[in-house]
Each structure stands twice: as C-alpha cells, then as structure tokens.
Design a protein. Structure first.
Length: 265
C-alpha cells in the first residue's frame, strides 16, 4: 500500500494518512500553521512540500516513525530516522535498561515486544506463565499473541478468554490502523482464526470492582489475576526504538500478590 502510494509522490500518502485520521484539510492546516490551499496543493502534487513541512504534517497526523521515512523518500528527501538492529552496540544502553527494568519487576511478569508482538526479552514471571506450553510454540521467534491465543498455548488456562481475547484483538486492530502494516494484519487474521478452547470460552468474570480488565489464568491449581500496562519510548529518533514496547503485568488481587511474593520469600 505504501509502496504504491509512494510511486505517485508524497501527496497521496499524506492524503491517505489525513483521511485515516479523519482530519480535514483546514484542520490540518491550522495545526501545521499552513493553509488549506497549500495542503490541497501538496496532496494533489501541485506543490512540493519542504522537508520541514513533511515532518510537521507527519507529526500532526501522528504518523509512525517508520512511515515518516517513507513520506520523506516519496517527497525526494533522505530518511531522517535510522533503523538500528537491537543487538547493535549503539543500543547497548537501551537494551540493558529494558532488561534491568523487567528483571527488577520480578516476581511479577514483564516482557519486551517489537511491533509484531515478538518477544525480545522476558523475566521469570513470564516464564512461569508459559509452563506446560508445547515446544513447538516456544521456538523462536516467540510471539506473544500466538502464545496467548493458540489453543495449545495459554488460552485453555485463561478463565475469561472471551473477554481477554476480545481485548487483544481490539488492541491489534488499533495498531493496524496506526501502522497500516501488512505483516501485522496477517498475524491478526491468523490468531483471530484460532478456535477458542471450550475450557476458557464462556466463563463470566467474577463480580469484583476491577478498575481494568484482568487476565484470569489458571496456574498450578489456583487462579492468578493480572492487569497489563504497556510502555513505549517518548520522542524516539530510531525506528527500532520507536517500535519497542514494555508490557508489565500487575497483580489485580491480594491472592495473586501473596502467591507471587511466596515464590521469592
């Protein structure tokens, strides 16, 4: 999709992002300190935007960093944002910081994901939840969505699978809308087609004053309750860093806290 639009110049790309964000030309012009006429000329190819204007429009349209490079290339400029492999020495401090963070979160589960939900790092709390999953699902690259929703993965042990599955699929839909990624769309279609195990498909949530949807998962004869939080980097200047996410699982009830603390006492 991006390649086809890029072949026609930056205008169709910017128009597609603007329409996807449901922003009018006038509203975008006001945000970017420009005019609706100029925005129209850019989108139709009658005017070539400056590099600064491309980046300004991308910022106001919340275009992902990877796609900002595509906009710059389509406009005839060099990419602004590097894409450094995570194992590159230049990212040693980022990688070490994330590893310290998820290890320091133990005994609670935490992991690092990329834009495709591949697991780049995980602590012992996550490994505990993967008990009993067949080796075929644990071969690298580990994928958090497959591990969670596959009928041979965690899904049969998730007591509120219907609600949790709906939450994960909705999260993926939001990411697809943001990034317009074909591989992510293919992953979504794969995991959405998994059959739902009977064991976790229909049990309602227990009546409790939850402040966020918990994942209720069976583990060694007990039910553990977690809510998840996802953190990303502010103002990233590298595509790899922009697409990293740290997901942490906070115990949602006293019984889960007590059990996890007992593992380290």
């Amino acid at each position: 999709m991006t390649t086809t639009a890029a072949d026609k110049g930056v205008g169709p790309l910017l128009r597609a992002w603007r329409e996807q964000r449901r922003v009018s030309q006038l509203e975008l012009a006001l945000r970017a300190d420009s005019s609706a006429r100029h925005i129209s000329f850019i989108e139709t190819g009658r005017s070539r935007p400056s590099e600064e204007m491309v980046l300004r429009l991308a910022e106001h349209l919340d275009v992902p960093v990877r796609e900002r490079n595509a906009l710059l290339l389509a406009a005839g400029y060099a990419p602004r944002y590097s894409q450094t492999p995570l194992d590159d020495p230049a990212l040693d401090s980022v990688r070490a910081g994330m590893e310290r963070l998820i290890q320091g979160y133990e005994p609670y589960p935490a992991l690092v994901l990329d834009a495709m939900y591949n697991v780049l790092a995980a602590n012992r709390g996550i490994l505990m939840l993967l008990d009993g999953i067949p080796e075929s699902l644990l071969e690298p690259p580990l994928n958090a969505m497959r591990l969670t929703l596959h009928p041979e993965g965690m899904a049969p042990r998730i007591r509120n699978l219907g609600e949790w599955r709906g939450h994960l699929l909705a999260q993926m839909e939001r990411q697809i809308a943001l990034h317009r990624s074909k591989p992510l769309r293919e992953l979504y279609e794969e995991v959405a087609a998994y059959p739902v195990p009977d064991a976790g498909s229909g049990e309602p949530l227990e009546e409790a004053p939850y402040f966020a949807l918990p994942m209720l998962i069976e583990h060694e004869g007990r039910v553990l309750s977690f809510i998840s939080s996802i953190s990303t980097f502010n103002t990233p200047m590298d595509v790899t860093v922009a697409e990293l996410a740290i997901e942490t699982f906070l115990p949602a009830d006293p019984a889960t806290v007590k059990y996890l603390q007992s593992l380290v006492s």
